[in-house]
Every structure is written in C-alpha cells, then in structure tokens.
Write a protein that binds this ligand. Structure first.
Ligand code: PEP
Ligand code: MN
Length: 331
C-alpha cells in the first residue's frame, strides 16, 4: 500500500502516526517531487478510511493484488465433512507413503482411524528420485485406497502426478495432492483445479512463499473450490535432517495471511525419530493439521520406510482436545 502525503506535510510526523497504528513504512520520493510512504508487508491491516483521516495524508492506493483468489480464500475449508483451518481441531491425515496392497491399506486405514485421523493418505502414483524405484501401483491402488477409507469413515488424499492421470485421481480422492516436485507445474495445477476437487498444494522444495501462493492461485483460477497449503521442508544445507522444515512460513500463512495450512513432518525429516517433536512444533506454530506417513512393517515398505511411524504412535501427535488450538491463541 502507498500513502501519498500533502506537499506541505511533515513525513516524520505522519510516519510516527502510522507506526502508532502498527504500520511499518519507508519514505520515498517520486520523480514529480511527491512524498510517499510505502507500507511494508508485515504491517497490521488498517482500513483506507482510517488512513485518510490522518492530517497530511492526501491519498492511499493499493496496488492490485497479485493473487486475488488466494486473498479471497476463507481461513477454513470443509472437505468431505471435515473442517480444516482456523479454529478447527487439528486434522490428522495419515497413511503409508505408497498404497502397496489391498489388505495392508485396509489394516492401516483401521489403525489410523482409531488413532484419530480424518484422512487416509497413500500414493498410487509415486514421484521418485530414481526411475528405477517403485513408481506406485496406479489405478488399482486408487480403488483400494477409496474402499479402505470408506470402510473406516475416512476421507482420501492422494497425489496426482500428471495431467494425464488427474481425472482418475479426482474420481477417487476427496483432496488432490500436488507434490513438491510438481508445485511449479502450471498445467498440472490447472488440471487439478479444473477437476473440481479441493487441492492440497505441497510446497516445492525450493519454492519461495510467493511461488507457493502462486501455485494455489493456478488451482483456484482453474476452478478448485478450496486449497490447503502443506509445508514439507525446503532444501537446507545440512543433510542430517534432510530438509529444513520452515515453520516461520507456516506461522505466516496461519496468522498473517489466514490461510489453511498443514505440515508434513515425515518428508521434512525423512526419519521417524524426529516426526513427533516436529509435529508438535508445527501445531504450536499455527498449523491446522498434519500429514504423516505410517506403516506396519516399515522394514519392508516399498517406499519411505525409514520415516514411517507405527500407527499406534499417531495419537500422541495430536494435542489434548481440551486445550485450545494454537490458532485460537494467535496474536
Ligand atoms: C508424498 O507426500 O507422498 C510425497 C512424495 O511428498 P513430497 O511431494 O512432499 O515429497
Ligand atoms: Mn513418502
């Protein structure tokens, strides 16, 4: 936002008044000699009318929003009867990395439901670093996932890896996941949005916040009824913790932008021993839910066994329902 001052106004005085209202500004002069105060991003939201009442303020202009559909999003969404977002109990989405066989996904669905999960996750189409690694079972796994979720009262979240398969994923999923590697794939984001399903937009592993918001705008522009953001760690410099779980961005989305955001500590860390502490940290930072991988025989899992929790350990990730949600205690 730009606040333009009267020619004879004292910028220091106006600036001090704005600071008193919680607006951080920097002064700049335009080529025509006018004096302006640029309001910085982390300022409080103050209405234009209030600013125009300040002595010395001539006009206030807001540049057109970069992502108007994201700006217009509500801070809570409802997907398959499950509310996610500000003021809602933290939602747990859990399941194996890959859907491996029909019996296992059914067993795991029963156990994650018993632990309090509301969504069953599991990849039928897997994005893998090497083309020689297990790529997922495909359409048959989507059917197993859907049936298992239905038997145990869960909603389904699963990844669409390509434009080619997005419609079949939409047929079985309540929430379409866009994976980290695909967050910049505008054509896929559009196809996911056009399917009419809500979209879980995982953050690209080297994506800025602006790029992440832009990805959501693609989905919304194409017709997605809702978007949930998912932080899953960005590339840091230390391999020991695999990725750097950026909880500052989570707090920013939850408290400043007021958008529904969840955290995936499994892919962030790549190791099961740190999933629980980071899950708790994520909820404390304002995350509205968690996406967590589990397995009942992780040593033989076809992907990501090292980070899979035992389903019995899931319930410890959620806070006591008697306590207020972190988002309710926001600044
Ligand atoms: C996943 O959740 O299955 C996955 C592959 O995660 P990411 O895209 O964050 O690596
Ligand atoms: Mn995985």
């Amino acid at each position: 936002m730009i606040v333009t001052l009267d020619r004879d106004a004292d910028p220091a005085r106006v600036r001090a008044e704005l600071t008193g209202l919680g607006l951080w500004t920097e002064v700049y002069r335009s080529d025509d000699g006018g004096t302006h105060l640029r309001v910085l991003e982390h300022s409080r939201a103050v209405g234009t009318d209030e600013l125009l009442r300040i002595d010395g303020v001539r006009s206030v202009s807001a540049p057109s929003p970069r992502y108007p559909r994201v700006d217009a999003l509500s801070d809570r969404v409802e997907i398959a009867g499950v509310a996610v977002g500000r003021g809602c109990p933290p939602v747990l989405m859990a399941g194996p990395c890959s859907v491996e066989d029909e019996d296992r996904i059914d067993r795991l669905a029963a156990r994650v439901a018993a632990a309090g999960a509301r969504f069953l996750r599991g990849g039928a189409f897997k994005p893998r670093t090497s083309p020689h690694e297990f790529q997922g079972i495909g359409r048959r796994a989507l059917r197993w996932l859907r049936d298992a979720a239905d038997r145990h009262g869960l909603a389904v979240v699963t990844e669409a890896l390509s434009e080619r398969t997005v419609d079949e994923v939409a047929e079985f999923a309540d929430l379409i996941q866009i994976g980290s590697r695909n967050m910049h794939n505008g054509a896929l984001l559009r196809a996911a949005g056009a399917s009419g399903r809500p979209v879980l937009v995982k953050r690209g592993m080297a994506a800025t916040l602006d790029e992440w918001l832009g990805a959501a705008e693609y989905c919304l522009e194409a017709g997605a009824p809702a978007v949930i953001f998912c932080e899953r760690g960005i590339r840091g410099f230390d391999r020991e913790t695999r990725n750097l779980l950026d909880l500052a961005s989570v707090a920013l989305l939850a408290y400043v932008r007021r958008l529904p955001v969840i955290v995936d500590p499994s892919h962030a860390l790549g190791r099961r021993d740190l999933v629980a502490p980071l899950a708790r940290a994520a909820l404390a930072a304002g995350a509205h839910g968690l996406l967590v991988e589990v397995h009942d025989a992780p040593d033989t899992a076809r992907s990501d066994g090292a980070q899979a929790l035992d389903p019995d350990d899931l319930s410890a990730l959620l806070p006591d329902p008697a306590l207020p949600a972190a988002a309710d205690r926001s600044p």
